[in-house]
Ligand binder design. Structure first.
Ligand SMILES: [Zn+2]
Ligand SMILES: [Zn+2]
Length: 412
């Protein structure tokens, strides 16, 4: 499996678009791909989970989800499909947003108690990330605090991932993020925590509050954007990222304001493709700062990304003009002029504001006094290393300081 934190040696900016139309050198590109995930994408597919688990030889299943979903009746529907196949089911619905190691220890104990042989991850990114930790821990006596992202654990429970938001793409890879007891973001997972079974069912997103649709949809858009711009991008990730952007940037306003199944299907499929893209390429500075804002202020992931997307994306423009031109092209902008990159960033920022997401760091609780902490966390975050232009501490401090308020953003 591709390493989220790896910096590829792919030449990122072979500006040959004039002669052949493809802006990157690919002679040195190497792939070594194995995929063992079965992905079922269909409206109503969640009803098939029982059959699919039975085919997998499951006998005792732990559903890992959050309490918000428990109340909607969607979990009951899921449970019914599984019990119909006479499999034992236990529901663990105590996964908080941005799961802490303590909450993961409780969930892992639930898996041990019911002798789970399969984990069903049902929910948004937090539930899917949590399920990966539970799958790792269930057959050990380890605490989640011991997970480091390079787990030497062999006996890992298989995961069936069913996203109920169109956003994180967490179903496409084995990575998860958790919050340590000292409030750092810690990456966990291995190639053994890649979900063996994925169900994409856009009908599951119809009951989402508009604010969640907006934040998770914007996350998917930034996955596509940062994947295209990443130093780790390859021909394969660009194919996924560009198509994901065509789907997700055409739909978010309608998905938030007057949702129908067509727009919800576009967001679900687009978010999945963006997940495929980022699994290969890694992400960049918007996620580096976004993670650090979330870890510092508790702001939800999608809102933290929106708050910093404009300045963080503009920061890299001069370092990778060909990649930004490709971004503009993926957004169906005219790229013949010199301002394609600026207009691409403007389009992304415009979507965030149209769907009601924050536009400055100040709006998500970042103050002058927190900047130093956020800068340190950003420079430590492995996702930052794939960004087209790596910021110095001073540059990052300046970037945050000038974007605390709308006045700062306008002054740029
Ligand atoms: Zn060329
Ligand atoms: Zn994200």
């Amino acid at each position: 499996m591709a390493d989220l934190t790896r910096r590829s040696n792919t030449a990122i900016d072979h500006a040959h678009s004039g002669c052949c139309g493809y802006p990157h050198a690919i002679r040195g590109e190497e792939w070594d791909l194995a995929s063992t995930s079965r992905v079922v994408n269909a409206l109503g597919a969640v009803s098939r989970i029982g059959d699919l688990l039975a085919e997998h030889g499951a006998r005792s299943v732990l559903i890992v989800t959050d309490s918000g979903l428990r109340g909607t009746g969607m979990v009951d529907h899921l449970e019914a499909s599984i019990t119909k196949q006479r499999l034992a089911v236990t529901v663990h619905s105590a996964i908080p947003a941005n799961p802490s190691t303590a909450s993961l220890d409780v969930a892992a104990q639930a898996a041990r108690d019911c002798r789970a042989d399969h984990i069903v991850a049902f929910g948004g990114g937090s539930a899917l990330d949590a399920a990966k930790a539970v799958a790792l821990l269930a057959r050990t006596d380890l605490s989640a605090e011991r997970l480091t992202g390079d787990e030497p654990i062999d006996d890992v429970l298989p995961i069936a991932a069913i996203p109920t938001t169109a956003g994180t793409g967490a179903e496409t890879n084995g990575f998860g993020v958790m919050e340590s007891s000292d409030h750092r973001k810690v990456y966990i997972g291995s190639d053994k925590t890649v979900p063996a079974l994925v169900i994409l069912d856009a009908e599951l997103t119809t009951a989402l509050p508009a604010a969640v649709t907006a934040a998770s949809g914007f996350d998917a858009i930034i996955h596509g954007v940062e994947s295209l711009l990443s130093r780790g991008a390859t021909t394969l990730s660009r194919a996924f990222a560009a198509e994901s952007l065509r789907l997700t940037t055409a739909a978010p306003v309608k998905a938030v304001k007057e949702p129908d199944l067509e727009t919800r299907s576009r967001m679900m499929t687009g978010a999945h493709l963006a997940g495929r893209a980022l699994t290969v390429s890694g992400l960049g500075l918007v996620h580096g700062i976004g993670h650090s804002i979330t870890a510092t202020t508790g702001t939800p992931h999608g809102s933290a990304l929106a708050a910093i997307a404009g300045p963080a994306l503009r920061f890299g423009i001069d370092a990778a003009p060909a990649s930004y031109r490709e971004l503009a092209r993926a957004l169906s902008l005219d790229v013949t002029g010199t301002d394609g990159a600026d207009r691409a960033v403007q389009l992304i920022v415009g979507i965030a504001s149209e769907i009601g997401l924050p536009g400055t760091a100040g709006e998500v609780g970042v103050s002058e006094e927190l900047i130093d902490t956020i800068v340190t966390k950003t420079l430590d975050d492995a996702v930052t290393s794939n960004t087209p232009r790596h910021p110095s501490r001073d540059e990052l401090t300046d970037l945050l300081a000038t974007n605390l308020s709308t006045a700062g953003e306008r002054a740029r």
